[in-house]
Ligand binder design. Sequence first.
Ligand code: FE2
Ligand code: FE2
Length: 150
Amino acid sequence: MQTPESLAEEHHELFHELRELASEEGETGKAVKELLSVLEPHFEGEEETAMPLLGLLRPLSEGKAVSHPMEVMSLHARFSSEYPRMLKEHVRVKELIGRVRGAAAKGGKRHAEAVMDELELHAKIEEEVLYPAALLVGALAKASVKATAP
Ligand SMILES: [Fe+2]
Ligand SMILES: [Fe+2]
């Protein structure tokens, strides 16, 4: 099962920017480090469950059969149970983004503010589109396996 390249790239890009900001001296760097301590395991979780499920969006929407139905079903079960926690982590991430914003505003760090805008939009897209899509993909795969079961 493959994660859509665009999503993997976006995570990679955000991480790259955040690590650079975290390496800076001062309050902004410190606040970004704290943000990263929550974000790192959160991104890993997404990459293990939601993202591979999203790799099935295109083939499923084109009417193709799911090649590893058991794997999809176990990922779906895992992501469904992790979903409430992932949303809670977003709440925490947003609090920490607020702290970075405060420090960045004081220190005149415009770039850090721009990266926070990107990260906030990323989380919003996940909540509104990607997480629900991952759940639907799993549910659809499950239904199609049941329908074709002997
Ligand atoms: Fe993410
Ligand atoms: Fe997320």
